[in-house]
Unconditional design. Structure first.
Length: 357
């Protein structure tokens, strides 16, 4: 295997060498995060706050009037790739995804920039920002401001704002028993990022990684307009299992995943079998593995992929079976050719995930 051809500016280190983690693998582990949030004080919730922190949803939603609700979210992380322009693109795509995951349309963004200015040149930092701006242009929104700091590790992301009709807000907690689950993108980004950091990622693997992480989840608003779509979320740092469990806990239902139907990025199973996985995958499993039932013979490789942290991952749709043709048609129309059914929502076993092969 060969590493991608990008080389940093002469005298500058690789971006990924400056960070202890990359992409959504930087997230605080789910078990640790739960402990932290337990100690926070409850705040008064105004009736206009349609979605807050109660179900670990993708964004906050605040109703402005009878026709509009504001979606607000923020996402930022350390480099997952060495190319500064691509790092900016990935981070921006990931941040905007949470607006789409609520069923909304993005309207503007604010940039969050933390850079080691004594290590990286202004030209390199500028390329990161250019990458983010290119994605915002593709999404049809401006970067209207932001904030910068001098940081030990390079950090980039966005505050993303969007609008949605209050009746079309799609929470991650409203799945119904009997729903089918549709996943919009293949998984395995964390494995590819681990291979890149080890300098064993092929050029084709790198291209797959960039294509997957910079594809905007534009089907969101159209999916939200379907009455048969009950819940929406996106798969990011807690992996497929983690975000499916959030959906199950919110709905107080069980979820079954057919592992053989889950799309994987090319080559990731082979890499994972060689032990090329992220530390975040193990931390994820330690945080929620007790709520997952695995089939006999389920391998450590598959377990690592099930909990593999996704950066800018795909939408996960919980919809009535009769809405499935329309859901798949929307994904196909937006170019999500890997989208397909990966499981179903079940009555009983509230908050548990059952994996079958």
């Amino acid at each position: 295997m060969t590493t991608p051809s990008f080389q940093p500016t002469l005298g500058e280190p690789r971006l990924t060498s400056l960070s202890h983690g990359g992409g959504c693998g930087c997230k605080i582990a789910p078990g640790v995060l739960s402990e932290i949030l337990k100690s926070t004080s409850a705040m008064p919730i105004p009736p206009q706050l349609l979605v807050g922190i109660e179900t670990a949803d993708d964004a906050a939603v605040y109703q402005l009037n009878d026709e509009q609700a504001l979606i607000a979210t923020t996402d930022f992380f350390m480099p997952i790739v060495d190319d500064p322009y691509e790092f900016g693109r990935i981070a921006a795509t990931n941040a905007i995804s949470d607006v789409y995951a609520m069923g909304g349309t993005p309207i503007m963004a604010l940039a969050l920039v933390g850079m080691p200015i004594n290590v990286l040149s202004t030209a390199t930092i500028g390329k990161i920002l250019d990458g983010g701006q290119s994605v915002c242009r593709a999404a049809g929104i401006p970067i209207a401001g932001g904030h910068t700091i001098d940081s030990v590790e390079p950090i980039y992301g966005l505050v993303a704002l969007g609008l949605v009709h209050p009746k079309r807000v799609k929470r991650n907690a409203d799945a119904k028993a009997g729903d089918v689950l549709v996943l919009g993108k293949p998984i395995g980004v964390g494995v590819l990022s681990a291979a890149l950091k080890k300098e064993i990622l092929s050029a084709d693997g790198y291209a797959q990684m960039i294509a997957n992480t910079t594809k905007l989840n534009t089907p969101g608003p159209e999916l939200a307009a379907l009455d048969g779509v009950h819940a929406l979320t996106d798969i990011t740092g807690f992996g497929l299992a983690g975000h499916v469990l959030e959906l199950a806990r919110g709905a107080k239902l069980g979820v079954r995943i057919d592992w053989n139907q889950v799309p994987l990025l090319p080559g990731v199973r082979e890499l994972a079998a060689q032990g090329v996985v992220t530390g975040a995958s193990g931390r994820n499993w330690a945080g929620y593995g007790h709520d997952v039932t695995l089939p006999t013979g389920f391998t450590e490789c598959d377990k690592a992929l099930l909990s593999d942290p996704q950066t800018s991952g795909g939408l996960l749709v919980s919809c009535a079976p009769e809405a499935l043709p329309d859901v798949l048609a929307i994904f196909q129309r937006h170019g999500f050719t890997a989208a397909g059914v990966v499981g179903e929502v079940t009555a009983g076993d509230a908050g548990r995930l059952h994996v079958q092969e």
